[in-house]
Ligand binder design. Structure first.
Ligand SMILES: C[S@@+](CC[C@H](N)C(=O)[O-])C[C@H]1O[C@@H](n2cnc3c(N)ncnc32)[C@H](O)[C@@H]1O
Length: 241
């Protein structure tokens, strides 16, 4: 999987991600309140965590009574960290979301959650078709991605309507890490959902929370004026195969 974008980055970042994911304001006080606000009750439900990272959501589903949790990530280090958080209570699979998820049965999940992961994939046709196959009828897909306006602005792009690979560099206490991801216009976020049997129930652009303001007042001021992430809840209304 080494040729995949940001594979090396996440192998490098895994321990750092695990150390900070519980408390980092961007996750704890911005991304997670957004995603959690879109989740249905998971008690007794079967859940797929697609791009599980260090396993924060996997653990949350277990703690909130999900009946069966399956988690997927392409980074071996992230997979190990999720296994550590989840113990034997989740099935954690090393897999690339660009490819069909053959290990996961059709119509087996009530909920699929994919926080901050899909912008690492150029083509959303395969993952959306797979999410449709894996979900039960009327099942829900909830995901968050970089906001297309934010990347357009921050990276000074010329053409809002192109889908393009962007290069970034993130500062960590262990040094700089090169990260790449794709920016696409809003229409290219919505189209693969429509083409693959989903109807959008809710799209939100939330504000950072008061806890965020307390932790990082300057960033809070900026993020209340410029969206960072976009959050969508969609329902599978049609089986496409
Ligand atoms: C920003 S992290 C988010 C982790 C987790 N969802 C969370 O919110 O804490 C993005 C994750 O996506 C994973 N990822 C990126 N590209 C992937 C791919 N093609 N297939 C599977 N996982 C991928 C990375 O390894 C990383 O764990």
């Amino acid at each position: 999987m080494k040729e995949l974008i940001s594979y090396d980055a996440y192998e490098q970042l895994a321990d750092h991600y695990d150390r900070f994911v519980d408390t980092k304001p961007a996750n704890a006080y911005y991304e997670r309140p957004g995603t959690l606000s879109l989740l249905p009750d998971v008690e007794g439900k079967t859940v797929l965590d697609a791009g599980c990272g260090a396993g924060w959501y996997t653990k949350w589903f277990i703690d909130h009574g999900a009946k069966y949790v399956t988690s997927v990530d392409f980074s071996p280090s992230m997979v190990e960290l999720t296994k550590k958080r989840a113990g034997d209570k989740a099935r954690v699979i090393l897999a690339d979301l660009n490819q069909p998820l053959e290990q996961i049965e059709s119509q087996s999940k009530d909920v699929i959650v994919s926080p901050l992961t899909l912008h690492y994939l150029k083509d959303w046709e395969t993952p959306m078709r797979e999410f449709n196959r894996i979900l039960k009828n009327r099942g829900r897909l909830i995901f968050s991605v970089h906001h297309p306006f934010m990347d357009y602005l921050v990276f000074g792009r010329e053409n809002y309507f192109s889908t393009e690979l962007l290069d970034d560099e993130w500062n960590t206490p262990d040094g700089k890490v090169k990260v790449q991801f794709y920016r696409r216009p809003l229409s290219e976020i919505l189209k693969p959902l429509h083409l693959n049997g989903f109807v959008i129930e809710k799209l939100i652009e939330p504000m950072p929370t008061d806890d965020f303001r307390r932790e990082q007042p300057d960033t809070y001021e900026k993020w209340t004026k410029r969206p960072q992430f976009l959050f969508i809840r969609a329902q599978k209304t049609t089986s496409i195969k």
